[in-house]
Design a protein around this ligand. Sequence first.
Ligand SMILES: Cc1ncc(COP(=O)(O)O)c(C=O)c1O
Length: 371
Amino acid sequence: MQTLPFTRPTIGEAEQRAVAEVLASGWITTGPKVAAFEQALADYIGGGVRVLAFNSGTSALEAALLAHDIGPGDEVIVPAMSFAATANVVLRVGARPRFVDVDLHSRNLTAASVARAITGHTRAIMPVHFAGLPVDLEPLYALARERSVLVIEDAAQALGTRYLDRPVGATGNPVCFSFHPNKNITTIEGGALAIADPGMARRLARIRFHGIEKDAEGNIEVPEWGGKMNLSDVSAAIGLVQLPRLDDFIARRRALALHYAHCLPRHGAALVPQDLPGHSWHMYCVCVDFAALGTTRPAFLSALAARGILAGIHYPAIHTFGLYRRLGYGPGDFPNAERIGAQTLTLPLFPAMELADVERVCEAMSNLLSE
Ligand SMILES: Cc1ncc(COP(=O)(O)O)c(C=O)c1O
């Protein structure tokens, strides 16, 4: 029996050749491949945005905050259900994350929950397109305009997601992507930031690399602090092979997700994920009421593993982690995020899977739910 992980990158000979070429070229760090990858991403996203490549999605988010001078005394609204990086970057720049609850079915924050959380200190809202499901951006941007706060989209899981039939990233605001191996495309580690404003793009480029700015003669100046957040050409070369495959990857993810929706048993203790137009199906996350079944998540995970299925957990609610409890947050604050955190299971979903793999997972789920 072949083991099914919850995710696996699709890497083929073309990626291997691209890496070998860069390694043999004599220039392996940031160079022509990064420039080409940035342009290819900008072309894919459209809307006239500029794209800067980073060494991770986390770096892109951190740079976006720094470039907008968000720091001590400021608050940034983030969903309580996301990967820890979404809130950690806010702390990293010295600002305070202000959590809001998410919708139980979309797992995304809503304009209504954000509206209640805005204070005089709020500088930005950081929506997360959870598992590739687009956040309802129109009311969120309307609210942000009305209250004069910035929107920085955490689209780490959402390259290729569409909102109102436009690719996520095309709003012109800072939108950050991740190319970690479990994402819709990978560069091993890596990230990118799409933004329309050329002045801001220039500042982001400085922050990405030691604060260095070069003039036309090649003279160097360091007008402000910058980090070390650049992507290598080796990584970008993989991205250049992966990006043209993205739409096919997403079509395959969608077909598999639809098959899950068709084959998963309808059971009172299980909640299947919401679908919406434009969803890129980065993950397939269900909720299972383990207590109602008289079991626990570790026992359920072990039973799946015994059947060769390695489910994931994405994610415990961020505000329940010790770091955030020390800021005064705690259990009971955000019931939907906490329920998702306690009940979530990520079922296998990646482009190389067959429909028969989905059926195998569904049969296992069916058995375990009826035990
Ligand atoms: C929602 C979200 N934000 C940020 C990140 C950070 O991206 P990276 O791992 O590329 O730093 C991730 C990665 O999993 C993520 O899922």
